[in-house]
Design a protein around this ligand. Structure first.
Ligand SMILES: *Cc1c(COP(=O)(O)O)cnc(C)c1O
Length: 397
């Protein structure tokens, strides 16, 4: 574990410079957007040489690769300490393609009950049709993991921190147990970013990011990235060439540009997240705050051990009805009401009305989603502006 100030400042440098030793085409300071669907062979001899692995163009066809996309894959792999990376059209494309590539009929998958809703649905509803079974563990419950593993378990999937309650699974213990049982681990590290957490250093096999969130960071592009050891990533790449949910070169360029400020943005969001959580905790109108940086959070111990910062998402429950909570959100002037997180703009949402809109009050209660729950994903605006605006809106309801 590297957990010093040095490693933080080196991340600041590494997100800007990366390891692009040769520089870019035309001696440009920034990479080119290679906006092509195909690559040209000079003559038949070059075509033959290409398929024999003896040179020719870098690629044959756009679905099999693109230099701008490849650069993003290498950059994120470097930041995660992974041997290789693979980019996708979205975070969900990265997750579904990877999970499909690593399972087969008769396989068993373990995931935590609070994982991203669409990941859970994919495993529960879609993979089940192909004979893949699954077990859901209680949020953060690594102690139940060993008992859940079966001889046919192929994959354990987790997130850290989770949405909306920000549970941080003990990834070190999880990967140690899985390694002992020869089960692969996949961590959706979207909420953490490589600035705050590097799961591969903790023994995890594969990491996925929705680049839509912090990595690209400006709410203007959808993307996903898979990171891991080259052997495992190639396995997924084979299927990726057939599923075809590849990242567009322009999306890769925007993600590469966003990456340059990743460390600065996340450091600012860590600081604001903590300040907002502290300001809300103990407020008379707030029942509870879920932020892993608070000592009161159930995952605080694990988060403090594994993470270098606690992120920019603060969840809190108001002592208020569904309606009054909506009024609080409307009274906040700074954050925009929108799904997503991790970008430069602060975003706010009421999970009972956004992520869980299709459930009635009872179903929401069973899932543990209170009517007064608010998820605040801080952007890079001024910390005091965000805190003061939130406190003012609390007084208004
Ligand atoms: C947003 C998100 C995803 C899905 O990513 P998309 O880019 O929207 O497909 C997956 N996991 C987590 C934790 C997310 O926040």
């Amino acid at each position: 574990m590297t957990k010093s100030k040095d490693s933080l400042s080196s991340m600041r440098t590494r997100v800007v410079r990366g390891a692009a030793p040769e520089g870019y085409a035309h001696s440009a300071l920034t990479p080119a957007i290679v906006q092509t669907a195909s690559y040209v062979f000079r003559d038949t001899a070059e075509l033959v040489a290409f398929f024999e692995g003896r040179g020719g163009p870098s690629q044959e066809y756009g679905r099999y690769g693109n230099p701008t996309v490849r650069l993003l894959e290498q950059r994120v792999a470097e930041l995660e300490g992974a041997g290789d990376g693979l980019a996708f059209a979205s975070g969900m494309a990265a997750l579904t393609t990877s999970i499909l590539a690593l399972t087969r009929s008769g396989s068993h998958v373990v995931l935590f009950a609070d994982c991203y809703r669409r990941t859970r649905h994919f495993v529960r509803d879609f993979l089940a049709r192909f004979g893949v079974e699954h077990t859901l563990l209680a949020p953060g419950d690594v102690s139940g993991l060993e008992a859940a593993l079966r001889p046919e378990t192929r994959l354990v999937i987790s997130e850290a921190p989770t949405n909306p309650f920000q549970i941080v699974v003990d990834l070190e213990r999880m990967s140690a147990i899985c390694r002992e049982h020869r089960v692969k681990t996949l961590v959706d590290s979207t909420f953490a970013t490589p600035i705050n957490l590097r799961p591969m250093e903790l023994g995890v096999d594969l990491v996925v990011h929705s680049a839509t969130k912090y990595l690209a960071g400006h709410h203007d592009v959808l993307g996903g990235v898979l990171l891991g050891k080259p052997g495992l990533v190639s396995l997924v790449r084979e299927l990726h060439h057939e599923m075809g949910a590849v990242m567009d070169p322009h999306a890769a360029f925007l993600s590469l540009r966003g990456l340059k400020t990743l460390a600065l943005r996340v450091e600012a969001q860590n600081a604001t997240g903590l300040a907002l959580a502290q300001a809300l905790e103990g407020h008379t109108r707030v029942r509870r705050v879920w932020y892993p940086g608070l000592a009161s959070h159930p995952s605080h111990g694990v988060a403090a051990r594994l993470m270098e910062g606690f992120g920019g998402v603060v969840s809190f429950e108001l002592d208020a009805t569904l309606e009054a909570t909506g009024q609080f959100i409307d009274a906040c002037e700074l954050p925009r009401i929108a799904p997503s997180l991790g970008g430069v703009d602060s975003l706010i949402e009421q999970p009972a009305r956004m992520s869980y809109f299709e459930l009635d009050a009872r179903a929401r209660r069973e899932l543990g989603i209170p009517d007064g729950l608010v998820r605040y994903a801080v952007g890079i605006e001024d910390t005091q502006d965000i805190v003061q605006d939130t406190l003012r809106a609390l007084d208004a309801v």
